[in-house]
Design a protein around this ligand. Structure first.
Ligand code: SAH
Ligand code: SF4
Length: 373
């Protein structure tokens, strides 16, 4: 492998001059960071602001298109910098194109996936926060990949930057309609806390991609200390907690993380978050036939979330290959939901979009990766 890349570098350079410096990625830098960079380059700092406006405000992905910059500056930028570091490797779309799963190659190998979802009134981008996941929830394809690496803030921002081009032309920012962002792709966002929060800072920055915090949801497996931290730092993003069981023994079997942060500790953190932010929390609850879909399970769930401003999002299990889990019948799903409806503030049943293209919750596993496809 090493021999091959050396050979390639030599061939590209005609075998003589030293290999060119790798170009630096500008996407993911905030407007003030770009101003500083332009100042360091000997340019007027306001050029940095102009570039930020092109990138985040208008979604432009080529320096050549930044027409208010002098042509020589555009050429220099092209030589020294890139816009982004991901490359689209594959995509799968439903026949109606409402759901699109896009696989991106990371610069150091590995493939992550992002999902574009649309209904008649709503656009949602589902972003990955890690390549792989160390938490090993039994029902999740990403969990089967095992630990990978944290994505950098720039790699998280770039997923949204690229998916924005999938939107129909409209009237919102960058000439596109408004969209929601959910951190529900590959990985556990709160394990990669700093990079995820930096990325969301840029996504929600009015001088960045200007997505209002209330349109951004962080979904977590239940890392109680980080939930406390989110609340104490005053972040206003929506929180979704993957609960899936209201019983410690059963939850520990489904989600090993429950041994570290059992339900009592998790619920304390969630209550703290609701109090501090004033925002309703969402609990995700995958319905697994004969495992957690009985009325007795629903009753435990009601007790666990009592007095809490919450929504329960029931997700019928999406198959991820051979295994012991099954999606319950529509009748069982409705029975469970009907029990909850009068007893908790809000209940939804979410049939995930894109099951047939492997784009639904829990199905993302970098299938397009070399050797696993
Ligand atoms: N790591 C985070 C976010 C990514 S998973 C978390 O666990 O919350 C996004 C959501 O998909 C979670 O609620 C997760 O529990 C759910 N999920 C995982 N596998 C699933 C499957 N096979 N069917 C339905 N939902 C699944
Ligand atoms: Fe990781 Fe979330 Fe999948 Fe659990 S459900 S393995 S935390 S991505």
């Amino acid at each position: 492998m090493i021999v091959k890349s050396e050979t390639l570098a030599k061939a590209e350079n005609g075998g003589s001059s030293p290999p060119a410096e790798p170009r630096e990625n500008l996407l993911g830098l905030s407007a003030p960071e770009l101003e500083k960079l332009f100042f360091a380059l000997g340019e007027k700092p306001y050029r940095g602001r102009q570039v930020a406006e092109w990138l985040y405000g208008r979604g432009v992905d080529a320096f050549a298109a930044m027409t208010n910059l002098p042509a020589p500056l555009r050429a220099t930028l092209d030589e020294r910098f890139t816009i982004g570091s991901l490359s689209e490797k594959a995509r799968r779309e439903t026949p109606d194109r409402r759901t699109r799963k896009v696989a991106y190659a990371l610069p150091d190998g590995g493939v992550i996936e992002s999902v574009y979802m649309s209904t008649s009134s709503r656009y949602t981008f589902c972003l990955s926060s890690q390549h792989g996941c160390a938490f090993g929830c039994r029902f999740c394809a990403t969990g089967r990949m095992g630990r990978g690496r944290h994505l950098a803030a720039s790699e998280i921002v770039e997923q949204a930057f690229r998916l924005r081009n999938e939107l129909p032309k409209g009237t919102g920012a960058a000439g596109r309609p408004d969209y929601n962002v959910v951190m529900m792709g590959m990985g556990e966002p709160l394990e990669n806390y700093d990079e995820v929060l930096a990325a969301l800072g840029l996504l929600s920055d009015p001088h960045g991609m200007a997505v209002p915090p209330k349109r951004i949801t962080i979904s977590t497996v239940g890392l109680a200390p980080q939930i406390m931290r989110l609340a104490d730092q005053g972040h206003r993003y929506r929180l979704a907690v993957s609960l899936h069981s209201a019983d410690d023994t059963q939850r520990s079997k489904l989600m090993p993380v429950n041994r570290r942060f059992p339900l009592e500790q998790l619920m304390r953190a969630v209550r703290h978050h609701v109090e501090k932010t004033g925002r309703r929390v969402t609990f995700e609850y995958i319905l697994l036939e004969e495992l957690n879909d009985a009325i007795a399970d629903a009753s435990k769930l009601v007790r666990l979330v009592s007095q809490l401003n919450c929504k329960i999002n029931l997700i019928p299990y999406n198959p991820i290959g051979p295994g012991k889990f099954k999606r319950p019948s529509p009748e069982r799903i409705e029975r469970f939901a009907d029990y909850l409806r009068p007893r908790v503030p809000a209940v939804t049943v979410r049939y995930s979009q894109g099951v047939e293209i492997g784009a639904a919750c829990g199905q993302l596993a970098g299938e397009e990766e070399p050797g696993t496809g």
